[in-house]
Design a protein around this ligand. Structure first.
Ligand code: UT7
Length: 322
């Protein structure tokens, strides 16, 4: 059986850290409100010369180094973002050129906060089908560029960053089980107005700003996430007890707690970085994954569940044996 094995992770953050107190000087909010409602204490905000492509390239270089491979051997780049450098071409092609692996496949996927899960699903399918052999899967965002900095209900929630993984196609014997085991993706376009950007090339001709009805999104997130996690576990013939680590999309500490509770998953098995990075949309899952790999929590052989839910609505989960 051909499977996509995760052989390296990497991440990158902008230089500038912004704490809650700094935001409280700009909009009518407080450290107390932000921490109590979201668990967020800090986020990183990109400078003008830090872009989605440059953060993605930095994260990709670290993942390539961790994998111990030559960048020129990458024949597929799938980059998830809602904040591309340009409307076209795909930001993945800018990263490809910066890494010097020109000539392979490179494209972006747009699934906002679930973007990394969608990118992983697409790359895994292409590796298993034989269309490519070594893939970079990246989630990268400069979400700060599409925030309305006068809207306290959204601007305190998001941050910038990038995370990347290298996937490699391996032929595995019966009984061998390493790599991406099961991925399930969903979308429901009926909820556009609950979380969207109010602009675009084909409508307003502007980039637009993020608009969110947070409370409703919260409600849907907890239900959709626990459903898709159970769906993936059922498909894999496994239970919650088999999971070593849950690496969730980092939108809100209360969503992470509620999802963990619904699954009966002990809190110490959930990787949490939302306090430090805030919600980095497509970058949040690979940023959290890289943090837990680098600090030694996630090790080879561990069973890791990745999940995300956001604008679209789009949501999904993936079970990976490291
Ligand atoms: O990544 C994509 C997925 N996104 C999510 O999963 C986000 C899901 N939603 C959430 O995380 C939460 O709904 C929020 C953190 C966005 C909001 O928390 P909430 O407990 O649902 O608060 P709320 O929106 O119901 O607002 C409660 C109050 C309101 O005031 P009133 O009407 O009760 O007087 C808001 O105006 O809090 C007010 N408020 C704020 N106060 C201080 C809203 N934003 C702020 C703020 N600082 N930044």
């Amino acid at each position: 059986m051909r499977r996509s094995v995760l052989i390296g992770t990497g991440s990158a953050l902008p230089k500038r850290a912004v704490g809650n107190e700094e935001l409280a000087r700009q909009v009518d909010t407080s450290d107390e409100w932000i921490v109590e409602r979201t668990g967020i204490r800090n986020r990183y905000i990109a400078a003008q010369d830090e872009t989605t492509a440059s953060l993605a390239t930095d994260a990709a270089k670290k993942a390539i180094e961790a994998a111990g491979i030559d960048a020129t051997s990458i024949d597929l780049i799938v980059l998830a973002t809602a904040t591309p450098n340009q409307t076209f071409p795909a930001t993945a092609t800018i990263v490809q050129d910066a890494l010097g692996c020109n000539g392979g496949v490179a494209f972006d996927v747009a699934a906002v906060c679930s973007g990394f899960l969608y990118a992983l699903g697409v790359a895994d399918s292409m590796l298993r089908s034989g269309m490519a052999s070594r893939a970079l899967v990246i989630g990268s965002e400069t979400f700060s560029r599409i925030l309305d900095w006068e809207d306290r209900a959204t601007c305190v929630l998001f941050g910038d960053g990038a995370g990347a993984v290298v996937l490699e196609a391996h032929e595995q014997a019966d009984g061998e089980e390493r790599g991406v085991l099961v991925t399930r993706l969903h979308a429901d376009g009926a909820h556009n107005e609950l979380l969207h950007v109010d602009g675009g090339p084909s409508t307003t001709g502007t980039v637009g700003k993020v608009r969110m009805k947070g409370r409703e999104v919260f409600r849907h997130a907890v239900v959709n996430l626990s459903d898709v996690l159970n769906e993936v576990l059922d498909e894999a013939g496994l239970t919650t007890e088999d999971i070593d680590w849950l690496v969730p999309h980092q939108a809100n500490a209360r969503i992470l707690e509620a999802t963990g509770r619904k699954l009966n998953l002990p809190a110490e098995k959930v990787v949490i970085t939302v306090d430090q990075h805030a919600n980095t949309s497509a970058a949040s899952v690979p940023l959290a994954l890289d943090a837990a790999v680098r600090d030694g929590r996630i090790r080879e052989g561990d069973l890791v569940m990745l999940e995300a839910m956001g604008g679209g609505f789009a949501w999904g989960a993936s079970l990976v044996r490291m």
